[in-house]
Design a protein around this ligand. Structure first.
Ligand code: SAM
Length: 268
């Protein structure tokens, strides 16, 4: 087996193949994207049913959280962003939200994401894409594109948005985040969202079943396990909460409950 093999990812064929439901394309389908095949749509629709439609609102709330958190980090003076598991380019990509002059590296291991991202995202100055597996932080931290765009002496925002639930415990997800944290200067931000198994245990178990046949397995975590990703970061207000509760703005927090938890932390 090559270095990239693990129980959580099949192989590159599974990632690009039309017959295997692909986690990036399923997510994009829920967001209204067009880059998907029948197998992606079938699995995505199964999860729409299991979640009683909640997933459709959930992915939008997840993107909205990403936008608010990136703006908050930018307002705090962060000018560089490493978006790990960035997904297919969509609306309000990080460099669009962070504003002119922001430096952004998008990272994803999916070859389909890579071809779209290279075409769309990497046209702007100071914006790059690296096709890599985030389970190998050293490769990303040492990558020439990352080294060219990111100054590790300056605060950096690390985004792990809706991706770590695709990294199984055997791959040491907390160590992965810690490796990126240790490379980041004080004042760096962690922006994270993650599916939790606490809110809807049965629906989540059924959803995990659907992902058994997909390009990567899904594993929701407990609140405690998700909180542990913030080790070495000071959790910003309002803490680790549902996506409608995180700095909701003028509209106020909605009463809806979702399976995801979101949060931002600052490295002291
Ligand atoms: N972060 C984006 C967002 O929240 O809108 C996209 C989330 S999408 C659900 C998860 C993405 O993570 C997919 O594009 C997938 O290819 C990528 N991904 C999953 N495991 C990865 C890994 N080990 N290394 C790099 N990318 C990964």
């Amino acid at each position: 087996p090559s270095k990239g093999d693990s129980a959580n990812t099949r192989d590159v064929t599974a990632l690009v193949g039309a017959d295997t439901p692909n986690i990036a394309r399923m997510y994009d389908y829920w967001l209204g994207g067009k880059d998907n095949f029948a197998a992606d749509r079938e699995s995505a629709e199964e999860i729409v049913k299991i979640s009683e439609g909640r997933v459709l609102r959930g992915v939008r709330l997840n993107r909205a959280f990403l936008g608010r958190a990136v703006r908050a980090a930018a307002e705090a003076g962060v000018r560089q962003f490493l978006d790990l598991g960035s997904g297919l380019p969509t609306r309000e990509n990080v460099h669009e939200v962070a504003g002119p002059g922001a430096r952004v590296v998008y990272v994803d291991y999916d070859p389909v994401v890579a071809s779209h991202a290279h075409a769309i995202l990497a046209r702007s100055d100071g914006v790059g894409f690296v096709q890599a597996d985030l389970r190998r932080p050293a490769e990303i931290l040492g990558h020439p594109t990352v080294r060219e765009i990111v100054d590790f002496d300056e605060p950096l925002a690390l985004l792990f948005v809706s991706v770590l639930h695709f990294v199984g415990d055997a791959d040491g997800p907390h160590r992965v985040v810690a490796d990126f944290r240790d490379a980041a200067a004080p004042g760096s931000h962690l922006i994270l969202s993650h599916l939790s198994k606490d809110g809807f245990p049965q629906k989540m178990a059924a959803t995990e079943q659907v992902y058994q046949g997909a390009s990567a397995r899904l594993g929701a975590r407990t609140r405690e396990e998700i909180l542990a990703f913030f080790d070495g970061f000071e959790l910003s207000e309002p803490g680790l909460v549902g996506p409608t509760e995180w700095r909701p703005g003028a509209g106020g927090a909605g009463p809806e409950r979702f399976a995801g938890l979101v949060g931002m932390g600052v490295r002291r």
